[in-house]
Design a protein around this ligand. Structure first.
Ligand SMILES: C[S@@+](CC[C@H](N)C(=O)[O-])C[C@H]1O[C@@H](n2cnc3c(N)ncnc32)[C@H](O)[C@@H]1O
Length: 276
């Protein structure tokens, strides 16, 4: 049977299994394509190129314990570990992505760190589902992900509940994801991507399948859905950042481009705090 791509239902289990296998297979290509933009020890929140150094959304400070979910090559965690005196664990569902993270760490050690004495040691890496964290309640100060987990699970409300569970009171969860409004437009970087073709309100996931079996799935929630999930998890929404496309960025990343970035939001970053 042939490969198919389009909008159709995909459940929790088949989404997880498909995306785990997909990211395992994609790991090398993802890093080859985006590694230079992301940096081996850089913290970029999305294709617009805004960094945590510029935005300070996580507000990490010395002495904190930090968990990254959907870490991929773990470049964000590495950036944090280089700058702060923190305990950072980088986690991901995909063994392939964590293998990339391990390789980046090994290469850095072989190259003698950052060369200026700022490099931290190898990162602790953890393979787990962002919706089922093997961590104790109230055990970390910060949880975050840049474009990991949230679009790739059927149950994003569960991921938010899990983040809230492991956070200490006063802790913070920050996640970036493609801006929900993008779902109304074709996912292409050029002019065709400027005309809405589907309903923003259609929550049917984008699914690729082979012989009827799901091989990749991305799930859509409106901004309102996300806000309600944050609140239902017991978190307070402190900020909703829609980063504007900066002049300096001439790069195209999939459907994200300077052309579309000038007109439409491409990324949503939600800053969520657990009340004390
Ligand atoms: C677009 S990549 C982003 C990786 C990294 N955060 C970055 O900025 O390069 C999405 C990541 O989410 C991970 N992921 C997908 N579903 C997941 C899940 N249920 N739990 C944990 N990680 C997941 C993938 O394996 C992949 O590494």
């Amino acid at each position: 049977m042939s490969a198919q791509a389009g909008r159709r239902a995909a459940g929790d289990g088949e989404t997880r299994a498909a995306n785990r296998a997909w990211w395992d297979a994609e790991a090398d290509d993802y890093h080859a394509e985006h590694g230079a933009f992301l940096g081996d020890a850089g913290f970029v929140w999305g294709p617009e190129g805004w960094t945590e150094g510029e935005l300070d959304l996580l507000a990490v400070r010395d002495g904190m314990t930090v968990l990254e979910i959907g870490a991929g090559g773990a470049q964000c965690s590495r950036w944090l570990a280089d700058r702060y005196d923190v305990r950072v664990v980088a986690s991901d569902l995909s063994r392939g992505m964590l293998r990339t993270a391990q390789r980046l760490d090994d290469d850095r050690v072989d190259a003698g760190g950052n060369g200026d004495g700022t490099a931290s040691g190898p990162l602790p890496l953890l393979q787990c589902d962002g919706g089922a964290l093997p961590l104790a309640d109230s055990s970390v100060d910060r949880v975050f992900t840049a474009y990991g987990v949230i679009p790739f699970v059927a149950d994003s409300a569960g991921v938010l509940r899990e983040a809230a569970r492991v956070l200490r009171p006063g802790g913070r969860f920050v996640f970036s994801t493609s801006h929900p409004v993008r779902w109304a437009f074709p996912d292409v970087p050029g002019r065709e991507g400027l005309t809405a073709r589907t309903s923003y309100f259609d929550r049917t996931p984008y699914v690729e399948s082979e012989g009827g079996e799901v091989t990749y799935a991305e799930h859509h929630r409106t901004l309102g859905d996300l806000v309600r999930q944050v609140v239902a998890a017991g978190l307070a929404l402190t900020d909703l950042v829609e980063p504007e496309w900066p002049e300096r960025n001439r790069e195209t990343w999939g459907g994200w481009s300077p052309l579309r970035g000038r007109l439409l939001p491409g990324t949503a970053i939600l800053v969520c705090d657990l009340p004390r």
